[in-house]
Design a protein around this ligand. Structure first.
Ligand SMILES: [Zn+2]
Length: 363
């Protein structure tokens, strides 16, 4: 943990135009220019990343930049003074800025974050498939239940039963690896969607996995797909609602009594981070199911599923095959195939967990 409490008198988003007045460029050592913006020294972020071999991904829609190397991850946005560093919020004195079209970070960020996390000397971490799962707790949500059977196959296979059985198998496999597991239901009972999300948020889990089986009019449609929350679901709106209703306690930083706007900004970043993580998880799961189960992969897709909109941690909804497809219905009936699916999902979680940066809520 690098940063302690966050001190915040004023508010947060800076006016870019004001910050940009009075700029000057001074050449500096290491081949990187130093910009002076409003009396503060700034470095070009892309140049820093090149020097240290840090991967930099820019999402122009969300104006968000993700930096990653080894197991470290930093998320920042142009105009913000808040950055997420390995899941912890840090407040800078000066905002991340744009100078002549180039994303620039204040010296404080370089000294206190970048240089510590991304040193020249860190050797690349070599990984094997059997790396341990780097998660503390996972919540598994078997879809449907009780009087809601979900999809029903031609030969009577009920989605709710498949979902619950795969969930139990997956939870056994995860527990065997030392990961705590919470199930939203462990019996054949109906649980409303908002309650599933609430259970997830209260559980303190790092990851949410909702398990479903698919159905389509076309009986020929088959395969595996994973959904994450759609970008059209507004993070800032969710963030504002969450900030109003939910206490925000991150590890080593309590936000009780802080202004609503500030809490909303932090929730906004948490949601943005969670979506990015969920996309990574979706891709890992698809890759693992392709390699381990040999299923047709329909891909990682976004959707506005209610249960995904309601959760604060990274989470996905898995559609583990079509009960409407005769071949997959037959396969999904068997314990051995369900076990294979659970093991495939486990390996996808394992691979994903090597790179993830969960937000550290205090519990
Ligand atoms: Zn379903």
């Amino acid at each position: 943990m690098l940063f302690g409490r966050i001190f915040l008198p004023g508010l947060v988003l800076c006016a870019l135009a004001a910050a940009l007045s009075g700029c000057a460029t001074i050449p500096a050592g290491g081949g990187l220019p130093v910009y002076t913006i409003g009396g503060t020294a700034y470095y070009p972020l892309a140049g820093l990343c090149d020097q240290r071999g840090v991967e930099m991904k820019y999402d122009s829609l969300l104006r968000t930049v993700r930096l990653s190397k080894d197991s470290h991850q930093v998320i920042l946005r142009a105009g913000d003074i808040l950055v997420l560093v390995d899941g912890n919020v840090m407040r800078l004195s000066s905002p991340v800025d744009i100078y002549r079209g180039v994303l620039a970070v204040p010296k404080e960020f370089k000294d206190q974050v970048f240089d510590l996390l991304f040193s020249f000397s860190v050797p690349p971490v070599s990984r094997t498939r059997r790396d341990r799962i780097k998660l503390r707790k996972v919540i598994i949500d078997p879809g449907h239940g009780g009087n809601d059977p979900g999809a029903i196959g031609k030969y009577g296979l009920k989605e709710k039963d498949v979902n619950l059985d795969i969930a139990k198998r997956l939870s056994r496999l995860l527990r065997a690896e030392g990961v705590q597991v919470v199930l939203t239901r462990s019996t054949d009972k109906f649980i409303p969607l908002p309650m599933r999300a609430e259970l997830a948020n209260r559980s303190g889990a790092d990851l949410f996995i909702s398990l479903h089986a698919n159905a389509a009019r076309s009986r020929s449609l088959n395969g595996f797909e994973v959904y994450y929350v759609a970008p059209s679901v507004s993070d800032s709106r969710r963030a504002y609602l969450t900030a109003r209703s939910t206490p925000l306690n991150l590890k080593n930083a309590s936000f009780s009594g802080e202004p609503l706007e500030l809490k909303a900004i932090i929730w906004d970043m948490i949601y943005t981070n969670s979506r990015a993580e969920s996309i990574e998880l979706s891709r890992s799961l698809c890759g693992s199911i392709r390699d381990n189960v040999g299923m047709n992969i329909l891909g990682a897709k976004s959707a506005r599923f209610q249960v995904l909109k309601g959760i604060t941690m990274p989470g996905v909804l898995v559609e583990a095959g079509f009960v409407s497809n005769l071949k997959e219905e037959k396969l999904l009936k068997t314990g051995s195939y369900r076990e294979k699916l659970a093991a495939g999902i486990l390996e996808g979680i394992r691979e994903y967990s090597q790179e993830m940066s969960p937000i550290d809520f205090s519990r």
